[in-house]
Ligand binder design. Structure first.
Ligand code: LLP
Length: 426
């Protein structure tokens, strides 16, 4: 699952003990394990090898340049959703021909920047965007390769805020209208609609929704072929799960066992856009306890990390396993789960300093006794942790550290008060 483990009662990232990192870099602090990143990427690569797919790392999940570089060096392609992510991918050394650009609201400036470097594909989300892309590409004397994003109306059975494959969401074009899009744009200058993109949501911890969405999409591809439109690529999006609560996500192999047979022998280039399943378990957020406090029958651990560093609990009610970095009496849980209850543990809420009641990181958890100054680790924070962080309450963002074996590298420095205001000193 990852390379964070308790050794002699102390949490380690690979071979490095976490308290030494907290002392050296301060808290709050994001720590990533390079081995975990690589293993997750390699497992996916091996599981889907029969399709020889493009694994387009979804930058939004964890966008640090060093992480992007690490995956580019491993052979990853990239999924970007903004001009900023495109700039990151380019700076990380991505092959532009293996970048795909998704998102319902690409600006003209972003489209031009992507065309200028000849990216691989645009995942196009509406007829209006198709027309705009065709016109900008024509002006630039280029032909944009487009994958029409379809909305298959499939329920991914995940949080409503991260559901994208149902008809009522803003994403994609419904299957019926997709046919007319191909008819309309097949021979228009500036655009080549030769792919189909489908991303149903995230995290999707069951495989049936993928099977339904891909089956519907392949049906569309067959109908398009009958109408004379040859689709050469299918992008099945991202959304594979990660382990937040122990073992809830299917393995890469389990996803592949059901998905590969649907696509094998189809003469389609296959693209995947994984983010979370590579990054989530590869990172943790470490915080220090500032105060402990009781209020009525509730006990709070007030820590120096907040919703500004890890928004997921506040935004989606997401579960992140929390545990002291050096647990009292060596109390180490058998698995990382909400239902762990060791003798002597105390029920607490782990909360941050931000002035919002939504500012909690873990609620109603049985933890070993903890005192002011102790360190708490929030696990599985590698995906949508730092990348969704903010400076709300004028809190400088924390540093990011990459560990490989015994080697420690600062990959983003802690922001300063000067960083908070430098863009405002005009
Ligand atoms: N492709 C598209 C078109 C996407 O919209 C996304 C994620 C991905 C790929 C990558 O999905 P992944 O493999 O990482 O699940 N902030 C939320 C997740 C939002 C996902 C947005 N789109 C969270 O913290 O759970």
């Amino acid at each position: 699952m990852d390379h964070f483990s308790f050794q002699q009662g102390v949490l380690h990232c690979e071979e490095v003990d976490v308290p030494s990192l907290a002392d050296r870099f301060g808290t709050p602090l994001f720590i990533y394990s390079k081995r975990t990143f690589i293993e997750h990427y390699d497992r996916l690569h091996a599981a889907f090898a029969d399709l020889n797919p493009w694994l387009c790392y979804s930058i939004k999940s964890c966008s640090n340049l060093s992480i992007c570089r690490l995956l580019a060096d491993r052979g990853a392609a990239f999924d970007v959703v903004s001009g900023g992510e495109l700039a990151r991918a380019m700076e990380a050394g991505a092959d532009p021909g293996r970048i795909v650009f998704a998102g319902v609201g690409k600006t003209d400036e972003e489209i031009r920047a992507a065309l200028a470097v000849d990216i691989g594909w645009f995942n196009v989300e509406s007829e209006a965007e198709m027309a705009n892309l065709a016109s900008i590409a024509s002006e630039m004397g280029k032909t944009a390769r487009a994958a029409v994003r379809v909305n298959p109306d499939v329920d991914p059975q995940t949080h409503v805020y991260t559901t994208t494959g149902k008809r009522e969401t803003k994403f994609g074009i419904d299957l019926e209208r997709a046919k007319s899009v191909f008819a309309e744009f097949a021979n228009k200058p500036g655009i080549a609609p030769v792919g189909i993109h489908v991303h149903i949501g995230s995290p999707v911890n069951t495989i049936d929704p993928y099977v339904q969405a891909i089956t519907k999409t392949l049906g569309l591809i067959d109908e398009l072929a009958t109408a004379g439109h040859r689709v050469t690529a299918i992008n099945i999006g991202g959304g594979f799960g990660a382990h937040y609560d122990g073992g809830e996500a299917p393995t890469a192999r389990a996803y592949a066992e059901r998905i590969v047979p649907l696509l094998a022998g189809r003469e389609l280039t296959v693209l995947l856009e994984p983010g979370r399943c590579i990054a989530a378990n590869a990172g943790v957020l470490v915080a220090r306890v500032l105060y402990t406090k009781a209020s009525g029958d509730r006990r709070f651990l007030i820590v120096d990390a907040a919703m500004t560093e890890l928004l997921r609990p506040a935004l989606y009610g997401s579960y992140h396993f929390a545990w002291p970095v050096v647990p009292f009496n060596g109390m180490v849980p058998p698995r990382r789960s909400a239902d762990v209850c060791l003798d002597g543990s105390v029920r607490v809420d782990v909360v941050g300093p931000v002035c919002e009641s939504a500012d909690f990181l873990a609620k109603d958890r049985m933890l070993p006794p903890v005192a002011r100054g102790d360190l708490i680790c929030l696990f599985s924070a590698g995906a949508y942790g730092f990348s969704m962080s903010s400076q709300y309450n004028s809190r400088p963002r924390p540093p990011e550290i990459l560990v490989e074996g015994e080697t420690v590298r600062l990959i983003r420095r802690r922001e300063t008060y000067d960083d908070l205001v430098s863009a405002e000193r005009l």
